[in-house]
Design a binder for this molecule. Structure first.
Ligand SMILES: [Fe+2]
Length: 319
């Protein structure tokens, strides 16, 4: 029997950062997020939502993804969710999150931390675009859209997210990459088997192609260059562009025009071809799946563009 879904909404991501004030300013400047800096932590948002990003001082730890938080389905209280998660074999711990207080934390098989908070509807039910403001800046994404992890075992991750959290598989590419959903949007999380467990990207939704141009001109003026894109994903259909937030070892994806699922959607296994990744043809440099300083440097130098495709010893990442 298919497990009952526990989550209905991707609420926020949290990152451990070296310096909260610096990171707050950076996410505000590069991504157009806005929020409150409380010193040891900060919260930021795209438009009028609760918030979609938490920054915590990393102290002696390395800057990295801390956790990804989802809202539980409406009416599901923490104590009921805890009992259900434990029935499904998860080890649950109590945590606190900014603005929400008590929450539950579980860890997926790759070691990624998932936080669950009770569902809270926005106080103002109007679409954010209808709400007047005197504080919102010009450029900002519409909303936090999805997270994508590199994994050492995609089927194991899919089994855990479907059986423990009740996520649904949307599509596969081959047997090493899977996309999952909790609502009508094509995916809220994805796993790519690339031989390491690591966050890959956090994706923010833009309104359309025109806004993508504004966003990419904006980040270029701030010294952030695209690693991949703009492109059109075959599977999921979204227009997408990827650039590094190298401070926290994560890519930021800006996207729009993602596939909306039919109510009777059945998972499709797409062929593992360049076309499935990008209908416009160009694949990313291999550094796109790596976070070591050498990969980041060679990517900025666009070393892949100077390779001789007939020279098999010419992979700079291996030299
Ligand atoms: Fe993505």
């Amino acid at each position: 029997m298919t497990p009952t879904p526990l989550c209905v909404n991707l609420h926020h991501t949290a990152f451990l950062v070296q310096d909260v004030a610096e990171a707050f300013d950076r996410y505000e400047r590069l991504l157009g997020l806005h929020g409150e800096n409380y010193g040891d932590h900060a919260v930021l948002r795209c438009m009028h939502e609760d918030y979609c990003l938490v920054l915590h001082q990393c102290g002696s730890l390395s800057p990295s993804l801390e956790y990804v938080a989802y809202e539980l389905r409406p009416g599901l209280e923490l104590k009921e969710a805890r009992a259900e998660l434990e029935r499904r074999g998860a080890r649950v711990t109590d945590v606190q999150v900014p603005g929400r207080g008590a929450a539950l934390s579980v860890t997926d098989p790759d070691g990624n931390v998932i936080v669950l908070v009770e569902r809270r509807r926005p106080e103002d039910p109007r679409p954010p675009i209808m709400i007047e403001t005197d504080s919102l800046k010009g450029y900002h994404p519409r909303r936090l859209g999805h997270v994508n992890y590199l994994t050492t075992d995609a089927p194991r991750a899919v089994q855990w997210y479907t059986e423990v959290l009740g996520f649904r598989v949307t599509d596969w590419i081959g047997d090493g990459a899977a996309w999952l959903h909790i609502d009508a949007r094509h995916h809220v999380v994805a796993f790519l088997d690339k031989g390491l467990d690591h966050i890959h990207h956090v994706a923010y939704e833009l309104v359309d192609w025109g806004e993508m141009r504004v966003a990419l001109d904006h980040i270029a003026k701030h010294g952030r260059y695209l690693t991949w894109g703009p492109l059109r994903h075959g599977m999921a259909q979204n227009l997408a562009s990827y650039w590094r937030m190298w401070e926290e070892e994560v890519f930021i994806e800006l996207y729009c025009d993602m596939q909306v699922l039919e109510p009777d959607h059945e998972p499709v296994t797409h062929a593992d071809t360049p076309y499935s990744s990008n209908t416009w043809g160009t694949l990313p440099p291999r550094s796109y799946f790596r976070f070591d300083p050498k990969s980041v440097r060679l990517e900025r130098e666009q070393a892949h563009a100077y390779l001789d495709p007939l020279d098999s010893s010419a992979d700079p990442l291996d030299s």
